[in-house]
Each structure stands twice: as structure tokens, then as C-alpha cells.
Design a protein around this ligand. Sequence first.
Ligand code: FA5
Length: 343
Amino acid sequence: MQSTLQKIEREFEAALASAGADPKVVDEVRVRYLGRKGEITGLMKQLRELPKDQRKEAGQAINRLKRSVQERLENAIAAASSAQRDAALAGERADVTLPPLRPWAGSLHPVTQTRRELERVFRDLGFTIEDGPEVEDDFHNFQALNMPPDHPARDATDTFYLADGNVLRTHTSPVQIRTMETRRPPIKMICPGRVYRRDLDATHLPMFHQLEALVVGEAVSMADLKGTLEALWTGFYGAEIRMRLRPGYFPFVEPGCEYDISCRVCGGDGCRVCKRSGWIELGGAGMVHPAVFEAVGIDPQRYSGFAFGLGIDRIAMMRHGIDDLRLLMENDVRFLRQFPEQP
Ligand code: FA5
């Protein structure tokens, strides 16, 4: 029996040594020696076959071997699992010198960027910024702007009518009326905002953005209008920009005009963007019509004023070289990420 025990012990030691630090193999060794059908467990069963006088001594020897094997297995299992944990931790070690992943920060919509830039120029010129409702009544959107119900100019803008007779405002000009109803001259204000028309193609949106400017005071003249427009566009685009006025008709101004700036793409020589003319049309303008002053109770004998409007989306389009306005309202982030200017 003694030599059998020595042989098992030697084999166990060899098996444990070759298991190394692999917890799975160490456990296989445990099963082979101490499992239900293991070699040391089997020795206990063989005790019964020994002569009675040898059983006690052999039993004690087997138990000694069993305890020693158990102890060495526990140590080996602990060492193997701590080696495994160390290896896992080494694999997960963070390199604190690596640059951090930058989260993608949102940015302002190109129309908002353009609106804010325009507002900055107007603030520098001393204008206040006003607001008005997008659902407007007929009086403010049309009548007070010298467009009575049968006026043909109403057909020029395709209007969204609401069931209660109100409209989605077709321009920002009604804010001129609302401002003059509540404030007396001198007035020097702008109103940027959303407007709506039944339009949709590459240069026309059903919802777009306009900016209205109104200046009212004593002896305000057409020269003031031209000077203000020049200050605005050179402030916005730079000193090399040239501007011109052309006659134009809007019922709420007299005289009325449209204004162009020299094409920024070709510098005025003529190209595809300006349709070979060298000029880009930006909006309408003119001297406030006496009928408008009368509608809001301002004396047209004493006061005069000018107003102009512009399309913010069209300016954003030119500024960023966008060839289809519809891209601006689709809100596809792949498009918007190309204009990453931060607030
Ligand atoms: C007007 O709306 C006048 N209220 C402007 C005005 C104000 C004239 C004060 C005189 C005094 P108009 O319909 O031309 O004018 O529009 C002004 C600008 O809005 C246009 O030059 C263009 O840049 C822009 N615009 C017009 N329709 C659309 C549209 N569907 N989508 C995008 N931009 C548009």
C-alpha cells in the first residue's frame, strides 16, 4: 500500500506541475484524484479488501495523502485564478496618455448662423430687434399694408389661409404695422422671422425666413435707405461689395425698389450664379407709403420712413454655395454637419 501511495503522489505532483496556471486543467487534476471516481477516492474503497490489522494504518496514510493533495490543489486553484485575473487586468489597462474621443457637438443651423450675423450688423447700426406672430390677421398682413381685399397684389403671394380667416403671415412686413401701432417715431427696428407661402422648388420654400427693417423719423429720405443698405451689405460681406437700386413695386412703399449686390462668386464679371448679369437680387425696399402711416395713426406730413425686406435663406444659400434651398429644411445631419460653426 505504501508504495502505491507514493506512486500516486508522484503522478499527482507531475500532473499538477504540467497543469500550470490554467484553472480548467487544475480542476481536471482535482477530479482525477479526488472526484467520486478519483484515484484517492478509489483507494478508500479498496481498504475493505485489506486484512483487518492493516486497515487502520493504511486508512491513516490514505487520509494524510488526501489532505495533502487537497491542500496543494486549493493553493494551485487560488494561484491559477489570480494569474487569470492579472492577465485580464493587464489586457484592459487604460492608456491615459491617449487623446480622448471627442463627442460630436451640435452646431447652429446655417439659417440661424446667417440670421445672427445679420442681427449683429443691424445692432451695430443702432436697430432694435422686434418680434411678431406667425399667425396673422388680414388687417396686419394685407390691409394696413395698403392691400385692400380686392387689391391685385394679394395674388402675388400664394397664401395659407386658416379656417378662422387668419393667415400664416406671407412676409415680415406686418411687424412694421404692429411696431408703429405701439410705438411713436423715431423708430429704427428689424424683425427676423418665419414666413409662409404656397411655393416649393430649388429657390422657393413653403416656410422660409425674412428680415424686415423699418426706420421712421422726421426727414428720413431715400438717401438714408441707400446708405443703410450699403452699410448693411459691406458690414455683412466686406468693403468690396457694390450695391444698386432698381425700380420695383410693393403696395406699401412709394417709391419702391428692388436692390441687388455685386455677385460674390465672379466679383461682378458675370457667371452662372448671377445668370451672367454680375448682380444678385436680395430683396425689396422703399419709402413707407402715406396710406400705411394713416392706417397706424402716424402723421405722414410730419414723418417719413423707409422699409426693406430680405430673404435670409437665400443669403445663407449664397454664403455657403448651396444650390438647392430645400436642403435647408430637410434637416439631414450629413448636410448640416458641413456647417459646424459653434454658437
Ligand atoms: C416681400 O415679401 C416684401 N415684404 C419685402 C419688402 C419689405 C419690400 C419692405 C418693401 C419694403 P418679396 O416677395 O420679394 O418681398 O420677398 C422678399 C425676399 O424673400 C425675396 O427677395 C427672396 O429673397 C425671399 N423669398 C421670397 N419667396 C421665397 C420663398 N418661397 N423661399 C425662399 N425665399 C423667398
